[in-house]
Design a protein around this ligand. Sequence first.
Ligand code: F6R
Length: 613
Amino acid sequence: MCGIVGYVGGKEACDVLIEGLKRLEYRGYDSAGICIQRDGELSIDKCPGRIAVLSERIEGNEAIHGGTVGIAHTRWATHGEPNEVNAHPHTDGTKRIALVHNGIIENYSTLKTYLQDKGHVFESETDTEVLAHLIGEFHDDGDITLELAVQSALREVSGTYGIVVVSADEPGKIVAARKGSPLIIGVGKDEYVVASDASAIIEHTANVVYLNDNEMAVISRDGMRTMTIDNVPVTKEIEQIEWSLEQIAKDGFEHFMLKEIFEQPEVVRTSLSGRIDLREMRVQLGGLEHVSRELVRVRKLILTACGTAWHAALVGEYLFEDLARIPTEVEYASEFRYRNPIVDEGTAVVAISQSGETADTLAALQEARQKGALALGIVNVVGSTIARQTDAGVYLHAGPEIGVASTKAFTCQLVVETLMALMLGRRRFMSQASMERYLRGLSDIPDQIAEVLGQSDTIRQITGEYVGFDNWLFLGRGYNYPVALEGALKLKEISYIHAEGLPAAEMKHGPIALIHDGMPVVFVAPRCATYDKILSNIEEVRARKGKILAIATVGDEEIRKFADHVIYVPDCPAPLSPILTVVPLQLIAYHAAVARGCNVDKPRNLAKSVTVE
Ligand code: F6R
């Protein structure tokens, strides 16, 4: 995700900021920028690509050097592709105020129209530039201090932000504020380092102040004042960072995969943010608006993807058919274009991809477009090749996924598919009451994921009993059949244990021959229409002395009679259940890999992005 660094003190700001940005590189980014305040001027440089490129660019830029106050940013695109114009810092219309921002300003479009009506002209496609102009508007209009202008602007904003702002006219000062996006202030001797992540601070000081939501700080070399964004003073305690640099890069988690598994409540919340309207009981997907009429009328959907994203597509097939009643097919992207598929103008093809760069998925999308289909994308990386080649789409907003095994992107893919299916279902036939049930269910999901994560230690202990087995089965039915496939894939790819995923009833048509004394069989069995059937399948495994690990709905005591271990997930409407049931499977895979001494962050033979056919 994006990274922020700000500095006020006696050192060369440019060096501190660039070093700080390098410390944030592990979070993933696609562009970077810096702004130095010096001699009553702001000097900005920014570019797409690596920090090394920015560093080289500013080498010869006199204005950037010699200043002791500045802000810097690594951007991970959410609005507009990664290029120089969209990179942060952004300025207001007068270019006397500059801002770096993490988070999403949800009402940026309304604010932009308001500002355009007042004569503001925008250079970028970002929500951040709108906020910079809004601060500028209040600043110039009321002839007030930077902090008051920031407060006024933030009161108009809905969404999430961590921001740091400087003004050319208020030398030696930076203003920082947060809501829903972290900001930490390192308190050194006559210097302050503000950052979105402690790893950019730790080499300067271990003394830090954590800003809470709706709090801000006005910082100069001589001191810092903290207050709410409503200007009520707050006293903050200085706390100590106790982690090493290496630990902090992973937020204290041992591996990126585990960090990303634990990020799921937050990223799912972000993925839902601004997209469900519980007052109007509506789904709003801005990226699909211009094709919505065409989409409501499509006769067939084809979901195409690879690997984990293909499993998300399989869940999508259930969602689109069940909730929106649109005939849906799922295609391995690698097979799609070689089998002369039937695609016409009534077909919409949806390419699902975390990276947006997977060669097979891209080729399938191109094939579908050529044949006249409406080309849609469900993609995580903004501005990626697949995102650029679609007619319309929805971003995941899952933040950068660094762990090779996809986890948080998968859950966000399910979230986005559910939103799309609900939006289409409601426009086609779904009742207000059903819509309400699903939307309320969706808004509970982030906290419910957190509840599942709370069982990580228990899951580790259970997994520990079976890591010695080289063959596992994962079985599920209905919405949870694709989850069984995903559980098996996760286990294979990071622990190198052979695992197969199947629809539970298929087991008796062959794979049942594999079951022997003690073999671990994971049943994904939340309460749903096929619950009784899956109990029969569990009986079949028990009769052959397999060991049963069941993923079940909280309160289900019945299943305890059949299973050797039960991991509970909270109750939710069946179409949403895969978002919860996959989480214990991710944890089983992770803990198995660690117990077997595998290198979770660098699994053998795997690359994060497969850009070859
Ligand atoms: C598995 C995994 C892969 C990817 C697949 C598609 O954990 O990460 O199976 O899901 O390579 O990648 P994207 O989603 O980037 O198209």
